[in-house]
Ligand binder design. Structure first.
Ligand SMILES: Nc1ncnc2c1ncn2[C@@H]1O[C@H](COP(=O)(O)OP(=O)(O)O)[C@@H](O)[C@H]1O
Ligand SMILES: O=c1ccn([C@@H]2O[C@H](COP(=O)(O)OP(=O)(O)O)[C@@H](O)[C@H]2O)c(=O)[nH]1
Length: 269
């Protein structure tokens, strides 16, 4: 078992292109045909934005730098941001909230994260457009597929707030959904506290075994909880590959795009 800690490899003072991070930090623009993917959806788990705390500026900056590096490569990116660092619907009972209301709070939390991430990306000269659903409506523009596709075509990085905009989902679902909507090649899920998919939750089962690849059907059958079942099923149906990579390696998304072996691959079938 190999659980990464956030910031493990991002501790230096990375440049926009990540050139200070050794060979895997090098980013060259212009060789698009050499890249594994040219259009992706990145799901950022809220917990990645603050190790231990809800939000840490240094963690947000690492995430923004990693997305800036991907933008520099010329890759088209839609970013779906979670809210679990601030609030999750399944915590509602602690706050005497019924589930629907608690999910509304969770969706609003994704909006806070998106606004902060947008600010950091803009400070790095990454052009962004924010789209939103449900209770986050008013942050950026309403999510409309054609507008999102147009924003990506203009070269802007798209940020999505509010998940699907309705109760009962995690933000893993809108990540796969956005990949379908934007005809993305793949989804990259940046997960906190884990470096990929395991045979069981490695935080609970010391005998959990790392799985380099697994099909979505097998993950569903084995009830693996690295993402929610609805997202697994959507990945299976849509044929979109989903990479699960560690938040603790700030260049993990770039590594996936470059075709390097990192994390686990959920194969659609
Ligand atoms: N089969 C599994 N493989 C990997 N991680 C798993 C698995 N089942 C559950 N997990 C948990 O999923 C978490 C990552 O999901 P993430 O969305 O980042 O966190 P959260 O669900 O807390 O928001 C890890 O911290 C890990 O403990
Ligand atoms: O379409 C959605 C997406 C999210 N949520 C709520 O928002 C919370 C935060 O999202 P998520 O748990 O996916 O955040 P992450 O764990 O990825 O940070 C969830 O727990 C849900 O309560 C929701 O109700 N509908």
């Amino acid at each position: 078992m190999n659980l990464f800690q956030p910031g493990q490899r991002g501790a230096g003072a990375p440049t926009l292109t990540g050139r200070d991070d050794g060979p895997e930090g090098e980013v060259e623009k212009g060789a698009m045909e050499d890249l594994r993917y040219q259009r992706i959806v990145v799901k950022i788990s809220g917990a990645s934005l603050g190790s231990g705390q809800a939000l840490e500026p240094a963690r947000l900056r690492d995430v923004a730098l990693s997305l800036a590096a991907v933008h520099t490569m010329g890759v088209s990116v839609t970013v779906v941001v979670g809210g679990g660092n601030i609030f999750r619907g399944d915590r509602g009972a602690d706050w005497h909230l019924e589930r629907g209301r608690a999910d509304t709070v969770g969706m609003l939390a994704t909006g806070i994260n998106v606004l902060l991430l947008e600010g950091l990306l803009n400070s790095l000269d990454v052009p962004t457009q924010v789209f939103s659903r449900g209770p986050c409506t008013g942050i950026g523009r309403q999510y409309l597929r054609d507008d999102v596709v147009e924003a990506l075509a203009s070269g802007d990085t798209v940020l999505l707030a509010g998940g699907m905009g309705v109760s009962g989902f995690s933000t893993d679902v809108p990540a796969v959904h956005a990949a379908i909507d934007t005809a993305a090649d793949a989804v990259v899920m940046v997960k906190f506290g884990v470096d990929g998919i395991y045979s069981a939750d490695p935080a609970k089962d010391p005998d959990a075994v790392f799985l380099r690849e697994i099909t979505a059907s097998a993950a569903l059958e084995r009830n693996l909880r690295v993402m929610d079942a609805a997202a697994l099923d959507l990945a299976r149906q849509s044929g979109k590959p989903v990479h699960v990579v560690p938040a603790g390696d700030m260049w993990s998304v770039k590594c996936v795009i470059e075709g390097k072996e990192i994390g686990s691959l959920l194969l659609p079938s």
